[in-house]
Design a protein around this ligand. Structure first.
Ligand SMILES: O=C(O)CCC(=O)C(=O)O
Ligand SMILES: [Fe+2]
Length: 779
């Protein structure tokens, strides 16, 4: 009950702050334009007067308060003042090479960048005696101006090359609420001369505005520290080399930031600004908006105040990453459930770069962020959404042969420690996919074209050559005691093909559009019954054991290097070696033909046969490679799109425990094993197969967040024709020297498994060269 009251209070406060921010923004937008030119003019007059005083030419006709009417004869007419507005609008543009950045996300000008403006005012030097006749405000300005040329304390020599700073406008407070939105290392410049530049003053971005206001407030108000010269000097000290600066983001800050992001935010609060300035400088605090907390719920300690003049959040992204603290130990599940955002009282909102992807055109940052926060959906949970197979499919299964499949006879797929027997259970690859016409592909070919070629190249269906039941029994997929016919099993499968989750997707160089990002996904429950699942799981366990013993070729087996939450997972690859991330040889992610791995074991080939026979996958796309992911509790697979080196559709089979897979146009890693962004979750029951194609494969990223219990998945994919050919050539070559592992080291023998990084599966590494989008189609 107490918590509910607290929640109401917090939500009420949140509403008030938002309303205030909105109102303040609009007000500022309207008023600041007028104020700005007025103040600029006042400043120019003020400066001119000060100069006059310094040069002893203070003449009648000027008021003692520093105002004068514009004087056509003034010596200072050549002084040109660049207004903050002008400065702001001539911003630089850091082009983003991240193809998925929403252009709106580029609309940031960081506080630092804003500060880095050229002030053409000549330095003013305080003159003995002058201060006594100028008002206090003017004196302060003199101090500040003087500070722009004063060396910082302890730094007497000239600034090192590259660090000389032009005189800078004094930095002041951002308007309430705004200062919370500049998270460390995520600032962006905005485009110069872009179309958006013409929107006019009414659409000033709030960073421009913030800068403008900050400068004006500082200039207009006495310094918060009482105006001592020393403080003024400090606040305007030239920028020091980074190592001498007060470090902006501290490890603790980041950890706190991330923690709070995970908790969600109840809304901004001025007392909790990341840089502590709202508390520090005695500006109006709008306390009337915030009733004092009524409960004893503990507020987190306010971060230590930051010294004036320290640059905020100017550490680069990479630097910041390097500073990541070790993650806190994972909390036991019940405790996690109890942690509520109310108790944590999160202080500021997640990085602004996040709000773009979920936002719609015209959204304010807040609206965009809200939209993003709200978009989480679980789809496909209810059994009623799954359909029995079409009788045409269920009853009339064609037992076609298809390319790439030669199922060896294996009585015992399990490994019992005998390496020789293990060897037997991995027969050489079969004939492989039929060759595509020579010269049929070249540079610039699209994946779609390659896929079409593969279909054309596939041989026509032939008469059934194998009895599926016998085939599966031989391969160890089906127990001899299982008397269910193949057709009966197929009829028990239940499928869902109409997944729907809209999200904003921005194609490279195109406009953001809302599309069904999970179009094309299909989930089939009941691909494997309980006995079959047990067979497959036990085979996988045996392969893991063999892998750990160093018995599997090359990079067939890999285990994560780290032992922590979100570390990745153990993987086993068959058929081809897939490089998750740029490897130690500098090779790009994708299929590496010359790294030969073990061929598809009979059990997986039998599984592929079933998928085709049961029409889960088209015959022409019969997978010839597999990646088995073995997730221990808390293991995950980070957001990615499966590489276009593999054809679509492909599929993933789930075993051991039901876990959800996340899909979204832009999934965002928030911390170790924490992924956010607009997303839907699809629970994957054990024994089910998820088919990925269309937008579900090419537009949406997917990830499996840290699993709550051990899980295995088998991802079955067909290599695109080019890679299939290269891999086959390499396999043939290796067949002549089975101990060789690579083209360059024929005689190298792997005596222990190489630790390659399944845990290096990076955010963008698996991005295909081009996403293929199905616009606004539901399925
Ligand atoms: O484990 C899963 O279900 C997903 C695996 C996956 O996305 C992959 O291997 O690319
Ligand atoms: Fe994947």
């Amino acid at each position: 009950m107490k918590a509910e009251v607290e929640l109401d209070l917090i939500q009420d406060r949140k509403k008030k702050v938002k309303a205030f921010m909105k109102e303040a923004t609009m007000k500022y937008q309207e008023k600041m334009i007028g104020f700005s030119s007025k103040l600029e003019w006042l400043e120019s007059e003020e400066t001119r007067l000060l100069r006059l005083m310094q040069s002893g030419r203070f003449a009648d006709g000027h008021n003692a308060n520093g105002f004068s009417t514009p004087d056509a004869d003034s010596d200072d007419e050549e002084d040109v003042f660049v207004t903050p507005v002008q400065r702001g609008r001539s911003g630089r543009y850091e082009d983003s090479d991240d193809e998925d950045e929403d252009s709106e996300e580029d609309d940031y000008v960081s506080e630092d960048e804003d500060e880095d403006v050229t002030d053409t005012r000549k330095p003013l030097v305080s003159k003995n005696g002058a201060a006594s006749i100028v008002p206090r405000e003017v004196a302060v300005r003199q101090h500040r101006a003087a500070a722009t040329i004063a060396p910082p304390s302890g730094f007497t020599g000239p600034a090192p090359p590259g660090f000389e700073q032009p005189a800078r406008a004094p930095s002041g407070d951002a308007p309430p609420g705004f200062e919370m939105r500049s998270p460390p290392g995520f600032s962006r410049s905005r485009p110069a001369n872009g179309a958006q530049e013409d929107r006019g003053v009414a659409q000033l971005r709030h960073n421009d505005l913030r800068n403008l206001i900050a400068n004006k407030r500082s200039a207009a108000a006495p310094p918060s520290d009482g105006g001592s010269e020393e403080a003024a000097v400090k606040s305007n000290a030239p920028e020091l080399p980074r190592r001498l600066q007060t470090p902006a983001p501290k490890q603790g800050d980041l950890r706190e930031h991330l923690t709070r992001m995970r908790m969600g935010s109840p809304g901004p609060s001025k007392t909790e600004a990341p840089n502590g300035r709202a508390l520090e400088n005695g500006r109006p605090r709008f306390d009337n908006l915030f009733p004092a907390p009524t409960s004893a719920v503990e507020q987190p300690p306010a971060p230590p105040p930051r010294p004036r003049g320290a640059r905020d959040w100017d550490a680069g992204k990479s630097e910041f990453r390097a500073e990541l603290p070790p993650p806190p130990p994972p909390l036991p599940p019940p405790q996690r459930a109890e942690r509520s955002s109310r108790q944590e009282a999160p202080v500021y909102q997640p990085p602004r770069r996040d709000w773009g992807a979920g936002a719609e055109r015209g959204d304010s940052p807040d609206q965009g962020w809200e939209r993003r926060e709200m978009r989480e959906m679980v789809i496909g949970r209810s059994d009623s959404e799954y359909m029995a197979p079409d009788p045409a499919d269920a009853g009339l299964v064609e037992f076609d042969e298809f390319p790439g499949l030669t199922i060896g006879k294996t009585d015992r797929p399990e490994w019992d420690g005998d390496a020789a027997k293990m060897e037997e259970s991995f027969p050489a690859l079969g004939a492989g996919p039929a060759a595509a016409p020579k010269g049929a592909w070249g540079k610039g070919d699209t994946a779609a074209k390659l896929q079409k070629l593969a279909v054309q190249a596939a041989p026509k269906p032939a008469a059934l050559k194998v009895d599926p039941v016998a085939l599966e029994q031989t391969a160890g997929l089906r127990l001899p005691s299982d008397q269910t016919t193949d057709v009966e099993k197929r009829q028990q499968m239940r499928s869902k093909k109409d997944f729907f989750f809209e999200d904003v997707y921005k194609p490279k160089g195109g406009r953001p559009e809302t599309v069904n990002v999970v179009q094309g996904l299909e989930l089939h429950k009941g691909l494997l019954n309980a006995q079959e699942q047990a067979c497959v799981v036990s085979a996988i366990e045996s392969w893991v054991e063999a892998g750990r013993a160093g018995l599997l070729r090359g990079r067939t087996f890999s285990a994560p290097r780290k032992s922590m939450k979100g570390k990745g997972r153990v993987t086993i690859q068959f058929g081809c070696c897939y490089n998750y991330a740029i490897d130690r040889e500098g090779r790009q992610p994708g299929i590496i033909a010359e790294e030969v791995v073990e061929p598809m074991p009979p059990m997986l080939q039998a599984l592929v046969h079933r998928l085709v026979r049961w029409r889960v996958l088209p015959r022409a796309m019969a997978p010839d490679s597999a990646i088995i992911n073995i997730y221990d509790q808390e293991d995950c697979i980070p957001p990615h799109i499966d590489h276009l080196d593999f054809s679509r559709p492909f599929c993933t089979i789930s075993l051991l425990s039901e876990q959800s897979i996340m899909f979204g146009a832009k999934l965002i890693p928030l911390g170790p094993g924490e992924f956010g962004g607009n997303h839907c979750k699809i629970p994957l029951p054990v024994g089910s197969v998820l088919v990925l194609k269309g937008n579900g494969a090419d537009v949406a990223q997917h990830c499996v967040p840290p699993v709550t219990a051990r899980r295995m998945s088998i991802t079955l994919r067909k290599m695109d024709v080019r890679h299939a050919e290269r891999v086959k050539r390499e396999v043939d070559r290796i067949a002549r020297n089975p101990r060789a592992t690579s083209r360059w080291a024929d005689d190298e023998v792997q005596d222990s498994p190489r630790r390659y990084g399944a845990d290096d599966y990076g955010d963008d590494e698996d991005r295909p060269r081009q996403r293929r989008v199905v616009w606004n189609a539901a399925s």
